[in-house]
Ligand binder design. Structure first.
Ligand code: SAM
Length: 328
């Protein structure tokens, strides 16, 4: 039986950040020299994650996404996927990754039961990639994207955070990738969240501006929504293989249809990305709480979901945690 929050929103989606560690240092997400990392014992074990997701499924969650940090830096992640994929009630299992290790792991992940994959890539230029991520792995990520498509992940989504003066000159190049490749390009508004970024309004670009640039290539046709769709507004060019989506988390915030909760690497349930209110689930689980207790904690987290973020468009949302410790 599904759960509904006090604003009548059905809650069926859990984003699970399985680690705070990342092998990239995107300037808008993490400081160059990284941040203090959780020690091993702070982080939920796979067994704990499994129990928590099981409880989530009991209260109506049917969609799970693994994220981080970088989920592929966590050892034997395919084993976790295999177990999650086998949980009754979990119909949709997806992952967001930076793609650096995906080339080597794609088959194992697919065979383990991962259904959908989003790869984050903000530029098609290797030099700019280095400036954004402080890493020279552009070619590897690009190889991963082709590999994911060729072995049957469908769709392969490419997440592009658009920042004015950084990569807005590549909007058309990204959009054109959808013409010949089986890619779903997702243009995402740059958000003022997470303790790691130096968001300024000048770098922000709204999805309507981004869409206007995309439409200079050709008219966009709306794509009908499906049950597992997230907040993206979906379109395609006539006869394109792939599609294009716009995620206006700031200018067109989708709080009214928010269906999600987040589980942080250190075991907190976070009802809203942009609010620091959280419920500790790790302590109870380590003290031996029952499955019923876990479900109660989920209900408490759902009850805490705010109607909308406390403060819109200011650089003081969700500052209590780095993005890598929330799960983007
Ligand atoms: N390491 C994985 C990855 O790179 O996809 C998963 C975690 S990462 C935090 C998830 C997504 O959040 C990435 O697509 C990243 O670009 C996005 N992200 C991080 N900070 C953001 C911000 N301030 N605004 C919008 N998106 C952001």
């Amino acid at each position: 039986m599904g759960s509904v929050d006090r604003f009548n929103r059905p809650i069926n989606y859990l984003r699970v950040a399985i680690t705070d560690r990342c092998n990239l240092r995107c300037f808008y997400c993490m400081p160059k020299h990284g941040v203090a990392q959780y020690v091993h014992s702070d982080v939920l074990t796979y067994e704990e994650i499994l129990r928590i997701v099981q409880a989530a499924a009991e209260i109506g969650v049917d969609k799970v996404r693994l994220t981080g940090g970088e989920p592929l830096v966590r050892r034997n992640v395919h084993q976790l996927i295999q177990q999650l994929a086998g949980l009754p009630g979990i119909d949709d299992l997806a992952m967001t990754t930076n793609g650096v290790y995906l080339d080597q792991m794609a088959e194992r992940l697919l065979n383990a039961g991962l259904k959908r994959i989003n790869i984050s890539l903000d530029t098609l230029n290797p030099i700019k990639f280095y400036k954004i991520t402080r890493s020279d792995k552009f070619k590897t990520v690009w190889k991963s994207i082709s590999k994911a498509a060729s072995i049957g992940f469908a769709p392969v989504k490419i997440n592009v955070v658009v920042m004015r003066g950084v990569n807005d000159d590549e909007i058309e190049a990204f959009a054109r990738l959808s013409l010949d490749g089986p890619y779903a390009i997702r243009f995402i508004e740059y958000m003022p969240i997470g303790g790691g970024n130096d968001w300024v309004p000048e770098k922000f670009m709204s999805v309507s501006e981004i869409k206007a640039q995309v439409e200079t290539i050709a008219p966009l046709q709306p794509v009908p929504r499906t049950r597992v769709d997230g907040p993206a507004e979906r379109y395609r060019f006539a006869s394109a293989r792939g599609e294009i989506g716009f995620i206006g988390a700031i200018s067109r915030h989708f709080c009214g249809s928010c269906n999600r909760l987040r589980l942080t690497p250190d075991g907190a349930l976070r009802p809203c990305l942009m609010s620091d209110e959280e419920i500790d689930i790790k302590t109870p689980i380590r003290k031996g709480c029952t499955a019923q207790d876990l479900e109660t904690l989920f209900h408490q987290a759902i009850a805490l979901k705010p109607r909308r973020p406390p403060v819109p468009l200011r650089n003081n949302m969700g500052r209590g945690r780095m993005m890598s410790r929330i799960g983007g």
